[in-house]
Design a protein around this ligand. Structure first.
Ligand SMILES: Cc1cc2nc3c(=O)[nH]c(=O)nc-3n(C[C@H](O)[C@H](O)[C@H](O)COP(=O)(O)OP(=O)(O)OC[C@H]3O[C@@H](n4cnc5c(N)ncnc54)[C@H](O)[C@@H]3O)c2cc1C
Length: 383
């Protein structure tokens, strides 16, 4: 049985799979090897509205339901997790906070160019002393009349090297210089004092230009402040709840891609005069991988359903991310095992899946942080 809940979802999966296999698959090895961001793929994704997935139609978006969203991110990531990362970060933590917390004036000004992919979005919370603990944010926004002047250095920004708009978390003087009370500023490419630092030399996700961002006396007007000066934590947590659905989908796509490669290889590879898929051990590996992928998909779709029903979905999204990221690690490791020595070579895709899988346990909240989110919700229930 497949897991596409309705015909619409089946069609979306089919369309995105064809797109990814036709447009991304032929270059996926090279963009990883060369650490090159594939603008040519962006050009082709724009007309498909992949950059407006979570943006209302009124601002040019596609406004898809969460299961459609998860399917799109999964299918892109099944071929290239780095492309899936670009699309999910842009939509979920880049654009969605503006949809949810922006004023009408801000939505009209910032959403259309994000929805059509003219500008790529980024979400920039992390700093040298602010990782799991967002309270460590030191980037500072000083209010000068209606403007703010921002100073600080952000690190590990997905889409950083290509972003047209970044959500920058900065402490404002109105909030008493505590990272817990930061504000969120929509900073645009080209603003004086805003620049991109070095592109990180990463283990995986090498086709995404993850970078640092510098703010040096960067002056922004009041319209660039999202919500109120102290709303940063609230906006950040809401963004990360929806972001985790995207990262769970990305991890699931990595696992599915690694599994598909391993299944194919197991039927082709001959040892002891037969295909290795005829050995019971390999069959057990495949059975375990497929079972875990199904379980991860169900957890993910439950989080999507909770979100779309308007209920709180933070713990469900955290469970989906926790489980799917761990399953991406286990499945990609077994996929290498099934490939034997060839799996450890860059000639085969499975080593890339393995490298890409690891960071899904780290960004948008480490697995330890997901467990904190889940256990907090358990412990807050009345006994
Ligand atoms: C490729 C990549 C892309 C990224 N993209 C972005 C982005 O777009 N925007 C952005 O803002 N950030 C981004 N990040 C940063 C990422 O979100 C952080 O790396 C992550 O939140 C962890 O923070 P840290 O690296 O400072 O680790 P730390 O917070 O220093 O954690 C180190 C270890 O301690 C554990 N730990 C910390 N606190 C606790 C606790 N209370 N209880 C138990 N264990 C704990 C952690 O789980 C981890 O195992 C990215 C990172 C990478 C690698």
């Amino acid at each position: 049985m497949d897991f596409n809940p309705c015909m619409k979802h089946k069609l979306i999966r089919k369309m995105v799979r064809e797109f990814a296999e036709t447009e991304i698959s032929p270059i996926v090895h090279d963009i990883d090897h060369e650490s090159r961001f594939p603008w040519e793929v962006v050009e082709k994704m724009r007309p498909l509205n992949f950059f407006g997935l979570q943006i209302p139609k009124a601002y040019g978006g596609a406004e898809v339901d969460s299961i459609s969203y998860a399917i799109i991110i999964e299918e892109l990531s099944r071929v290239s997790a780095a492309v899936g990362l670009c699309v999910t970060v842009h939509n979920s933590v880049g654009a969605y906070p503006i949809v949810r917390f922006g004023t009408e004036t801000q939505k009209k000004r910032f959403l259309p160019s994000l929805a059509c992919g003219e500008r790529i979005g980024a979400f920039s919370l992390s700093e040298a002393n602010a990782g799991s603990d967002a309270g460590g944010v030191e980037t500072y926004a000083f209010q000068d009349g209606d403007d703010y002047i921002i100073n600080g250095t952000k690190i590990f920004v997905t889409n950083g090297g290509i972003c047209g708009l970044a959500l920058i978390f900065a402490v404002t003087d109105a909030t008493g210089r505590s990272g817990r009370n930061a504000g969120v500023f929509m900073v645009e490419k080209g603003m004086p004092g805003f620049s991109v630092g070095e592109i990180e030399d990463l283990c995986g996700m090498r086709a995404n230009p993850v970078s640092s961002l510098f703010l040096e006396d960067c002056r922004v007007s009041g319209i660039h402040l999202l919500g109120r000066p102290g709303d940063g934590l609230k906006i950040g947590l809401a963004a990360l709840d929806t972001g985790r659905i995207g990262i769970a989908a990305q991890a699931l796509g990595i696992a599915q891609g690694a599994f598909d490669a391993a299944l194919k290889y197991s039927k082709e590879r001959q040892q002891f005069g037969k295909s290795i898929s005829s050995f019971q051990t390999i069959q057990n590996y495949l059975a375990d991988m497929s079972t875990e992928i199904d379980a991860g998909r169900l957890l993910l779709y439950r989080a999507c359903a909770c979100k779309d029903s308007g209920n709180s979905f933070g713990p469900e999204a955290a469970k989906a991310k926790l489980y799917c990221s761990a399953l991406a690690m286990r499945v990609s490791s077994l996929a290498i095992q099934i490939h034997g020595g060839y799996g450890y070579s860059k000639e085969y895709d499975v080593e890339r899946y393995f490298r890409d899988a690891k960071v899904t346990e780290i960004y948008e909240g480490t697995s330890e942080v997901q467990r904190m989110v889940i256990s907090r919700s358990l412990l807050s229930r009345p006994v």
